[in-house]
Design a protein around this ligand. Structure first.
Ligand SMILES: [Zn+2]
Ligand SMILES: [Zn+2]
Length: 343
C-alpha cells in the first residue's frame, strides 16, 4: 500500500503546510516561477514541447532520405541516456523517494544530469511527483489518465491530460509543502533555480561537439538537430508515457491502490521506469524491475555507484518484501474496482 509517508518518509518536513521554518521565516523559492504559472511560462513550455516534437517528426524522412551519421547517432544516444538516468536515478529514485543516500559530489552531479533532461526545475519535478504518489489516480493526482472517467472518450481525453495537458495547469504543486528538504539545501535550490542555464548547456553541447569534431557549421547543425532536438523530444515522450501509458495499461502483479501497470516494451527507453506497478507497490525501492529478465539500467548503475562508494544505504528490496506485495487474484480485482470508483 502506498502512503504519503512512503514517499517522503526520509524528507525532513516543514513545520506546517505554509512552509515556515522553526524560526518562522518562509522558505525561499527554488524556481523562478511563482505558485501560479504565468502566460510567458506557458508559451515557453509550449515552444519546448512543440519544437523538439517537430524535429522528431522531421527526423523520420531525414534519416530515411539522407541517413544519420555515426557521430550524430552517438550524440543522440549519449545525451539521451545521460538525461534519462539523471531523471530516473536522480530526480526520481534519489531526490523524490530517497531510495539511497549519496555522497555530496554524486548528489550535485545527479541534480545537474537530471536538469539536462529539460523536464523543468528539480524542485518542481520532485514536488509534482510526490503529489502524484500521494493521490495516485485519485482526486489530487496532478496527472491521472482516469481524471475524466472510465469511458473510451474520457480515457482518450485523460491520456492526453496525463501525457501533456497537466503541465499547462495554472495551479502549481506547493514546493514548500512537498519538497522542503530540497529547498533547504542551498546548492540544490540554486541548481533548481538555474534550470534555464542547464537547459542551454544541454542544448548547446551536442552542437558544440558536432561542430568541433567535423570542424564545420553543418556538423554543429546536425549535432544540434539529432543530439539536442530529437533527443529531447524522444526523452520527453518516453518520460510522459510513464504518466499516461503506465497508468492506463500494463500488467499489475503487485498490490497498489492505483492503476499503475508494468509495461515491458518501454523498459529500455525508460531506463527501467516502466516497471511502474512495482514502483507504486514499493515506492522507495531502488530497483523497479525486480523479476528475472526485467531490464532496469537505473538499478544497475545505482549498484555501480554503491560499489564505488558514492551511494550507500541503498534500499534493495528483499525477495520476501517483493513477495509480500504480490496481488492475489480475488483481492486484486476487488482493489481495481475500488480504484475505479475513486477515480
Ligand atoms: Zn505513477
Ligand atoms: Zn515515483
Amino acid at each position: 500500500m502506498t502512503t504519503s509517508s512512503d514517499v517522503i518518509e526520509d524528507a525532513p518536513q516543514a513545520n506546517d503546510s505554509q512552509g515556515t521554518t522553526a524560526t518562522g521565516t518562509a522558505l525561499p523559492s527554488a524556481t523562478l516561477g511563482g505558485e501560479q504559472k504565468r502566460s510567458v511560462e506557458q508559451i515557453t513550455l509550449l515552444l519546448f514541447i512543440i519544437v523538439p516534437f517537430l524535429a522528431l517528426v522531421a527526423a523520420v524522412p531525414l534519416a530515411w532520405g539522407w541517413g544519420v551519421s555515426w557521430l550524430d547517432l552517438g550524440l543522440l544516444v549519449f545525451f539521451y541516456f545521460l538525461g534519462c538516468h539523471g531523471i530516473t536515478i536522480g530526480f526520481h529514485r534519489y531526490f523524490t523517494h530517497g531510495s539511497f543516500k549519496a555522497r555530496r559530489p554524486l548528489r550535485i552531479a545527479l541534480a545537474i544530469a537530471g536538469s539536462m533532461a529539460v523536464e523543468g526545475p528539480l524542485v518542481r519535478w520532485v514536488a509534482d511527483h510526490r503529489k502524484h504518489h500521494r493521490f495516485s489516480d485519485a482526486e489530487g493526482d496532478p496527472h491521472s489518465p482516469w481524471r475524466f472517467g472510465e469511458t473510451v472518450p474520457a480515457l482518450m481525453k485523460g491520456l492526453w491530460w496525463a501525457h501533456i495537458g497537466w503541465m499547462f495547469d495554472e495551479e502549481q504543486t506547493p514546493q514548500d509543502k512537498y519538497a522542503p528538504d530540497l529547498i533547504k539545501d542551498r546548492a540544490i535550490r540554486t541548481i533548481s533555480r538555474q534550470f534555464i542555464l542547464w537547459t542551454a548547456v544541454s542544448l548547446a553541447l551536442p552542437a558544440l561537439i558536432g561542430g568541433l569534431v567535423t570542424m564545420s557549421w553543418w556538423g554543429a547543425f546536425t549535432g544540434f538537430f539529432w543530439g539536442s532536438l530529437v533527443r529531447v523530444a524522444l526523452l520527453h515522450h518516453v518520460t510522459w508515457s510513464i504518466n499516461s501509458i503506465c497508468h492506463a495499461v500494463g500488467k499489475r502483479p503487485f498490490r497498489s491502490r492505483d492503476r499503475s501497470g508494468n509495461v515491458w516494451w518501454l523498459a529500455v527507453l525508460s531506463c527501467g521506469e516502466s516497471w511502474h506497478n512495482l514502483h507504486h507497490a514499493d515506492p522507495t525501492s531502488a530497483r523497479h524491475g525486480v523479476e528475472r529478465g526485467q531490464l532496469d539500467s537505473s538499478a544497475r548503475i545505482i549498484r555501480w555507484f554503491e560499489r564505488f562508494g558514492w551511494a550507500y544505504d541503498v534500499r534493495w528490496p528483499s525477495r520476501s518484501r517483493i513477495d509480500s506485495r504480490r496481488n492475489t487474484g480475488r483481492d486484486g480485482s476487488r482493489r481495481k474496482r475500488e480504484t475505479a470508483k475513486a477515480a
